[in-house]
Every structure is written in C-alpha cells, then in structure tokens.
Design a protein around this ligand. Structure first.
Ligand SMILES: [Mg+2]
Length: 222
C-alpha cells in the first residue's frame, strides 16, 4: 500500500497472541470450586451479552484467582504468538507504519510475551495487572476515557493516536473489538469478530494469520 499513510491497530488476545491469554490464565488459576461450577463461562456470557462491563468482568475474575508470579510466568512461557506477527512488526518498523496493540486485557502478560518473542518494544495500551497477596489485581489507567462499557476504550486510543489523512487498519478477533472497528477504515477479522461483522453488515477482510496482514500491507488488496 505504498503512497498512503497507514496506521495499524492490533488486538492482543486471540489476535497478536494465538489464543486468548487472559482467558487461559483464568481457566488455569481461578479458585477450583468456581471452575467446577463453570463460573468463568457464566461471567464471560454475561459480558458478551452486555450485562456486565469488561471493567466489572476483569475485576471479579482477578479477585477470584490464586496464583504466584512463578506459576503465572510458567503458564505464559507456553503461550504463542500468531504466525506472521513478528514479521509484520518488523515490516511496519522498516516501512514507518505505526503499530499499536490495543487490549482490554492486562499489561503483565502482554509485556512478558512480547519480550519473550524479542519484540518488547512494540507499543501497547492495556489495563494494568498486579500481584495481590496470592491473587491478581487490576487497575484501569484509562478509566473514564470511554463510555464505561470497557476497561480500556480502544476507540479513544484510535481517536487520540491517529493523524489526519491516515488510513487506519484494525486487526481483531472478538467482542472486545466491536466498538474499535467503528473507527477503522479497513478491518481484518477472524473468529467471533467475523460473526459480529456479518451480523451488523460491516465490511471486513477475513484473515487466518498475520501473513495475510503482511501480504495486504505489501501488495494492497488488488
Ligand atoms: Mg481478542
């Protein structure tokens, strides 16, 4: 897409990272009784239905974990990035395309995984996780920047970072991207975000991995 200024925004869980890392943490470290009762599925369904905000969802999930830093790090060591993501980061760097990860997940695991894969300098905006006497805690550095339905308003970041005349490309995979895509010029979707776009008649490109994104950046959509 030579000749036009592009800015790329990328979701983290299930997009830059192959799977939803946040969900995997809760599935691994929530109190065992809650896992047996499928409490996590219930909370996620409530969030997807819009009955609770992502803000409320994350707070209650974190409060009900039991995990040490070592245990969490070992868990994160097993997580992988989506194929082609590190190459896309390198391409953007070489070609002056700003790339920002926008996540309604948490900084600790994003930073850990990016560093582990040698791309710790990628800019990201997320909520803040901390260890809290054997469980996890979460804070919201961007609280109040949006309408309150999300802990970290991706639309606010897009509106704040984009420069006049830029074409905004957004890459996502799920419900945490449903508001952000309203401000994007070009949308790449997979998994739940595909269904959302179809349901709401929103134009999108389907992708399997970041080699599809890289190909688009290199060649455009001709
Ligand atoms: Mg996601």
């Amino acid at each position: 897409m030579a000749g036009s200024a592009i800015r790329l925004f990328v979701d983290f869980d299930g997009t830059a990272a192959h799977d939803d890392v946040g969900d995997s943490i809760f599935e691994a470290f929530l109190l065992p009784d809650l896992l047996k009762q499928r409490w996590h599925d219930y909370i996620i369904d409530e969030w997807k239905a819009g009955k609770i905000s992502s803000f409320e969802c994350l707070i209650t999930e974190c409060e009900h974990t039991r995990v040490t830093q070592d245990e969490l790090n070992r868990h994160l060591d097993q997580r992988t990035l989506t194929p082609g993501f590190t190459k896309t980061v390198a391409y953007c760097k070489d070609n002056g395309i700003p790339l920002t990860i926008l996540s309604d997940g948490m900084d600790y695991y994003i930073e850990y995984i990016l560093k582990k894969h040698g791309i710790g300098d990628v800019q990201f905006k997320s909520n803040h996780m901390y260890f809290n006497n054997g469980s996890l805690g979460v804070k919201f550095p961007y609280e109040g920047k949006g309408c309150g339905r999300c802990g970290n308003c991706k639309r606010w970041h897009i509106d704040t970072l984009r420069q006049n005349g830029e074409t905004v490309i957004y890459v996502g995979d799920g419900y945490s991207d449903r508001y952000a895509i309203r401000d994007a010029d070009i949308i790449f979707a997979r998994r739940d975000l595909t269904e959302y776009c179809l349901k709401h008649a929103i134009d999108f490109h389907e992708y399997n991995d970041f080699f599809d994104i890289l190909s688009y950046l290199e060649n455009g959509n001709e």
